[in-house]
Design a protein around this ligand. Structure first.
Ligand SMILES: CC(=O)[C@@H](O)[C@H](O)COP(=O)(O)O
Length: 260
């Protein structure tokens, strides 16, 4: 997938939160084959129980992976908060990339799409390359593109829910509506089959976190997700058959069998 002029060797983007340990996170990221990892400024920067140095150590660890970092604004609830967090992320990680999240509802973590569009406009004007976490609303998607976004990241389902693709119809519509825009299903993936389904719809990539980090064996699940994303993409490119309501014999029969 090509995004903001960068060719990515993997169609799986992985989150860095919730792992049982930094060592398991590192191993899982390697097993996933991800070329991009997303990291939250808000969650990792607080002093917390491990002290203020823990955030810095975590960022160093992520940087040492040698992968492209996509900082995110998870936990931000307003335009101002998201813009400030993005500016801080640019300083910390030295990248213009930002996964823009502005939460509008705390139960579903549904994006506040009005604030999202406004923040996207401000950030692109300031030189950021914005990856907006959005809903599958086509009008909002159009506004985000108008605001300068070159990629869209609609949710599969609420973050951390593991429900998969809540609205495949809307995701299919979005793919059809924006055939030339890189589209990434972000959030809600629980199983490899969900990731494969997103890729089979023609999505360019999948971003996920909880399904790997919270699996009993995160490293094995990371490998499974990697294969699912690859298989889903291969299936999409292979131009799958149309589903039909009625049976169609897969063993055509010619003539009548002769019995002695
Ligand atoms: C890590 C991150 O950016 C999440 O906010 C992202 O949306 C992934 O969601 P899941 O944890 O549901 O995969």
């Amino acid at each position: 997938m090509r995004v903001y002029g960068v060719e990515l060797p993997s169609r799986l983007l992985l989150g860095t939160a919730l792992y049982p340990s930094p060592a398991i996170m590192t191993e899982a990221i390697r097993a996933s084959g991800a070329a991009v990892v997303t990291v939250s400024l808000r969650r990792e920067s607080g002093a917390g129980e491990q002290g203020a140095g823990a955030g810095q150590r975590f960022w160093d660890l992520v940087r040492d992976l040698g992968l492209r970092v996509l900082p995110n604004t998870a936990g931000c609830h307003s335009v101002k908060e998201a813009v400030l967090t993005a500016q801080m992320a640019r300083e910390v990680f030295g990248t213009p990339w930002i996964k823009l999240e502005v939460t509008g509802d705390d139960d579903t973590l549904q994006p506040d799409v009005f604030a999202l569009v406004e923040a996207a406009r401000i950030l692109t004007a300031d030189g950021f390359q914005v990856f907006p976490y959005t809903t599958e609303d086509l009008v909002v998607a159009g506004r985000l593109l108008d605001a300068g976004c070159e990629v869209l990241m609609p949710w599969g389902a609420p973050i951390g829910s593991g429900r998969g693709l809540n609205n495949p119809y809307a995701l299919r519509s979005m793919r059809a509506h924006f055939p030339n825009v890189p589209l990434v299903v972000d959030a809600g993936i629980g199983l490899p089959s969900h990731a494969a389904a997103a890729m089979e719809l023609g999505y360019d990539a999948v971003l996920l976190n909880t399904a790997v980090a919270k699996a009993g064996d995160p490293v094995a699940m990371a490998g499974a997700m990697r294969r699912a994303v690859e298989a889903g993409r291969m299936a999409y490119e292979a131009d799958p058959m149309e589903a039909r309501d009625m049976a169609a014999p897969s063993t055509p029969v010619f003539g009548t069998a002769a019995f002695a």
